[in-house]
Design a protein around this ligand. Structure first.
Ligand code: FES
Ligand code: FES
Length: 197
């Protein structure tokens, strides 16, 4: 009777081990197949895209409904551009497309084929900060920092566009970038500082 119990327990362990392997192998095969499918088998609504981001060319597959902001953050892992409202109302996602400021949450990634995109990560020169980044630090142009990448990208464009004639003009042309910390005085001061260089 004792022998029979041991025999049954051993068999039970063997069978459960086999069952676990049987379940685990197809799961990993399926995950591998999904990875391969994502990158190598074009699907409906997925298109191949070649874009230049911060002077680096990327060829990738993107959902044709994907925004540039999602592509930057989720596929290229460039998380400097922030998702504030995702509705074009806060400016936290501002990037430059061919040198012009644009809201990446309102831009379809598929429309940026062949364009040069610059994000906050590509604004400086290697380890050296862009003058506007330095000015934000020196003039206390931020507190929590969440809006700051978008503010800086807009501020650089504001200077390039020549809209720095007065405090009122700067405020007008920076009005698409909201700061919940209220660091507006420092932001205006930073822009004035860079405009005077
Ligand atoms: S996240 Fe794009 S404008 Fe707010
Ligand atoms: S620094 Fe906090 S939201 Fe602008």
């Amino acid at each position: 009777m004792e022998m029979k119990n041991q025999y049954s327990r051993r068999n039970f362990l063997k069978i459960s081990g086999l069952l676990a392997a049987f379940v685990a192998i197809p799961t990993s095969v399926k995950a591998f197949y999904n990875d391969v499918k994502q990158y190598f088998i074009p699907k409906k609504n997925v298109s191949k895209l070649t874009i230049s981001v911060n002077k680096k060319t990327h060829t990738l597959y993107a959902d044709s409904r994907s925004t540039l902001l999602d592509l930057l953050r989720e596929q290229l892992h460039l998380t400097g551009s922030k998702k504030g409202c995702d509705h074009g109302q806060c400016g936290a996602c501002t990037v430059h497309i061919d040198g012009e400021r644009a809201l990446s949450c309102l831009t379809l990634a598929a429309m940026t084929e062949g364009k040069e995109i610059t994000t906050i990560e590509g604004l400086g020169n290697g380890d050296e900060l862009h003058p506007m980044q330095k000015a934000f630090v020196e003039c206390d142009g931020f507190q929590c920092g969440y809006c700051t990448p978008g503010q800086i990208m807009s501020a650089v464009a504001c200077v390039n566009e020549g809209h720095t004639g007065s405090v009122e003009e700067i405020k007008e042309y920076m009005s698409g970038n909201l700061c919940r910390c209220g660091a507006y005085n420092g932001i205006v001061e930073s822009i004035q500082k860079v405009a005077a260089l």
